[in-house]
Design a protein around this ligand. Structure first.
Ligand SMILES: CC(C)(COP(=O)(O)OP(=O)(O)OC[C@H]1O[C@@H](n2cnc3c(N)ncnc32)[C@H](O)[C@@H]1OP(=O)(O)O)[C@@H](O)C(=O)NCCC(=O)NCCS
Length: 259
C-alpha cells in the first residue's frame, strides 16, 4: 500500500505547476468517500481525504473519538472536500494526524495574537489535537466547515499552515501560516483557491471575514482579492479587544474580478 506521502508526491508530479493566475490555477484532486466505500455510504464527508486507507482510518478514529455517533451519521454532509492545488501549494483536507505538525508551528505569538479569543493562550501541549478532534473534524463531518492543511509542492509531507471555510453568519474564512513561510505570497494563493471553491463549488453567495485592523497582512489579502470593507467593530482577540474590520465579497464580485 502506498503511503500518504507517496501518493501526494505522485499527485503533484502529475500536475502542471506553471500556470500564471493562481485564481485559475487550482484543480480539485480526486477525493470522494463514496468511491472509497463503494457508494454504500450516503454522500460524502468533508473529511473524506481518501488518498490513503491510513488517512481514512485516522479520520474514523478521530470521529469516533469525538463521539459523533454511529458511522452512518458521519457521512451525511452534502459535499466532498477535495484536494486543491495552486502553483506552489497543495491544499489537503485536514486530518487528525496533522495535529502533531500543527502543534509545532502554530503556537507563536505572531500567529495567534490576531486570532479570536477562543484560541487558548498559552497554547496547551495537546491544543491542536484537541481542537481538531473535538471541533474541526466534527464540524467538517456536519458539513459546516472545510479545513485544509497547506503544503509546498516541493515538500508535500511538511505541513506549513492551514486554511478553512466556515458556514457561519460572521466569519467564512480563516487561515494561518507557519512563520518561516510568511511574506512569500503563499496565503494569497491559498485564499484564491478556497475562495473560488466557496463561490463556484459550494455556491455560497457572500464571503465575510472580520479581521483585526492591525493585522495588515490579512487585511491586505482581503483588499487585494477585491473584498470590500463594510463595517468597523471591536472584537476580542488573543491580544485583547481590538478595532476590527469586516470584509466582504459577493459571488458576483468575485467572478467579475476573475474575468
Ligand atoms: C495573515 C498571514 C496568513 C499572511 O500570510 P502570508 O503568506 O505571509 O501573506 P502573503 O505573503 O500572501 O501577503 C499578503 C499581503 O500582506 C503583506 N504582508 C505580508 N506580511 C506582512 C507583514 N508582516 N506586515 C505587513 N504586510 C505584510 C504582503 O506584502 C502582501 O501584500 P501585497 O499583496 O500588497 O504585496 C500570516 O501573516 C499569518 O499566518 N498570520 C497569523 C495568523 C493570522 O493572522 N491569520 C488571519 C486571521 S484574520
Amino acid at each position: 500500500m502506498l503511503t500518504d506521502a507517496t501518493r501526494r508526491t505522485q499527485i503533484c508530479s502529475k500536475r502542471n505547476s506553471n500556470r500564471i493566475n493562481p485564481a485559475k490555477n487550482f484543480v480539485p484532486l480526486k477525493s470522494t468517500i463514496s468511491e472509497s466505500h463503494n457508494g454504500s455510504v450516503s454522500a460524502e464527508t468533508l473529511l473524506a481525504t481518501s488518498l490513503a486507507d491510513a488517512g481514512k482510518a485516522s479520520l474514523r478514529q478521530a470521529l469516533s473519538g469525538a463521539r459523533t455517533g454511529p458511522r452512518s451519521l458521519l457521512y451525511h454532509s452534502s459535499s466532498v472536500i477535495p484536494h486543491l492545488q495552486t502553483s506552489r501549494l497543495l491544499l489537503c483536507p485536514l486530518e487528525l494526524a496533522d495535529a502533531a505538525q500543527a502543534q509545532l508551528l502554530f503556537p507563536h505569538w505572531e500567529i495567534v495574537r490576531y486570532l479570536a479569543k477562543v484560541v487558548p493562550w498559552p497554547y496547551p501541549a495537546d491544543g491542536a489535537h484537541t481542537y481538531y478532534r473535538d471541533a474541526v473534524l466534527p464540524a467538517m463531518a456536519r458539513g459546516e466547515a472545510w479545513h485544509w492543511t497547506l503544503r509546498l509542492k516541493t515538500e508535500p509531507d511538511r505541513l506549513i499552515g492551514s486554511i478553512a471555510l466556515l458556514k457561519d453568519e460572521r466569519i467564512n474564512r480563516g487561515f494561518w501560516l507557519g512563520l518561516p513561510w510568511h511574506g512569500q505570497g503563499l496565503m494569497t494563493e491559498a485564499c484564491e483557491a478556497v475562495t473560488d471553491y466557496w463561490f463556484n463549488t459550494l455556491k455560497f453567495q457572500v464571503l465575510r471575514a472580520p479581521k483585526a485592523a492591525a493585522n495588515v497582512a490579512s487585511c491586505r489579502i482581503s483588499e487585494r482579492s477585491g473584498m470590500r470593507l463594510v463595517a468597523r467593530e471591536e472584537h476580542d482577540y488573543v491580544a485583547g479587544r481590538l478595532p476590527t474590520e469586516i470584509w466582504e465579497i459577493t459571488a458576483e464580485e468575485w467572478n467579475a474580478g476573475r474575468k
